[in-house]
Design a protein around this ligand. Sequence first.
Ligand code: FAD
Ligand code: DHB
Length: 391
Amino acid sequence: MRNRTQVGIVGAGPAGLMLSHLLHGAGVESVVLEIKSRADVEATLRAAVLEQGTVDLLVSTGVGERMLREGAVHRGVHLRFGGRSHRIDFPSQTGGRAITLYPQHEVLRDLIAARLAAGGDVRFEVSDVRLDGLDGDAPRIRFAAGGVAQELRCDFIAGCDGFHGVSRPSIPPGVLTEHVHDYPFGWLGTLVEAPAVTGEIVYAHSRRGFALVSTRTPSVQRYYLQCDPHDEVDAWPDERIWAELHGRLAGEDGWRLAEGPIFQKGVIAMRSYVVEPMQRGRLFLAGDAAHIVPPTGAKGLNLAISDVRLLAEAIVESYARVRRDLLDRYSATALKRVWRAQHFAWWMTAMLHRFPGDDEFQVRLQLAQLEQVTSSPAASTMLAESYVGAF
Ligand code: FAD
Ligand code: DHB
């Protein structure tokens, strides 16, 4: 096992694996260290909405073949309120862009397969990861593998270890500024064996709370319900889930979901978080290690990919031209997009959810906003552009 590499990458999520893949394509070597097993990484259920830019990057770097075959292209979404659905078309308002539904763990399977096929060094089930020497020219990652202590010397370290990782806390206190916003609700996510009743995602506003209808395959659907952030899944027996889904989606058009066995349930907390800058010395943060968005805008995975696209380009430039301009600008450049996405996710969340204490005035404001978004071409284009990632 090598104990020296150009870029030490902490975390084999979308950010870490994509970074390793992009660097390899440009001739820069990396080692990826991951605490979970490969099987766990490949089985963790999370996001599924890929922006056009994410899709294009996967295809242009040779890891998009299965996504093109098995993913579903969606050319619009529906906003449902006042008992009716209103479609927002993407291609006509965004210069031909769309989104693709392809689950995050499938993206990870494809990236892991590509890294290993190319002889990439991805080490699963490591433990006790610690970062050292961030301010010098030779940062190090200490970790244990199979119970044996090891050290990896690097030129750069990429902290791609998610919100609960070690990279961000390795930065000395006082260096980072944190921006945090917690929401007073969560999402109950379900997987259901049932046929699809709509070809596109439905975001539903209702006085009973938010509901989201998404899909995985023609026979497996993904439904979400706004819930208390402290709810355990036991608080949500199947009958309650169906009653809330039907109640929140009910309308004069009679549109109704098909029921089926619910085989997975989980509660997701909702938080907005940004840390600035996304760098300390030779440590660069990317993805959830630096920012979290509420899932309403489907931006988390896409931001992780756009961060590492910038970071890869900057690292490659620093080797090719012995210049660090792009690396020096990485944090500022990435944060521009992060804040745009933060705003979109917050705006979608505020427009669609029932907040504790909301009175009818607040509900009417939300409905007025939804009317505008679905009837004004300018407002609708704004949503479409943000959703497909054209910002
Ligand atoms: P992660 O995917 O978190 O990957 C980080 C990796 O680092 C993990 O594999 C972790 O095991 C590893 N790691 C952690 N600590 C260490 C350590 N000390 N050493 C080494 N490795 C470490 N986004 C959406 O857009 N829509 C959704 O519906 C949606 N659902 C979500 C549901 C859940 C439960 C969660 C948690 C997130 C969801 N997201 C969703 C967000 C999206 O999945 C994330 O934004 C995305 O995974 C970020 O990728 P990442 O690579 O930055 O981090
Ligand atoms: C899905 C998740 C989201 O957060 C979202 O906004 C749309 C779809 C999904 O899991 O399919």
